[in-house]
Design a protein. Sequence first.
Length: 96
Amino acid sequence: MTSMSWTSPTDIKAKLQRLWDNGRLLTVKNTADPLYPISIALNHPGPQDVSHRFEEARIWVRELEEGAKPVKGYGYEIVWTEINNRHIGKNSLPTS
């Protein structure tokens, strides 16, 4: 089970649903609008989380990857950032 504080695929969908429900997506005239591409910052594990809750962080990453465009053929793309942890080395984490 992943941490409640880390953004899940369900959270991403809910944020997009709010943009739809409040009409923001309906007011976009073209893809040159500053809304596109839509970027959603993720609450993600920090370096200490990765060190102390490594398996939980791996599950969180896997869940995000399973909902992403490369796996499903549609959906979101993940933006990765590399972190360095002195105990487990370099790792890439989704940040948006």
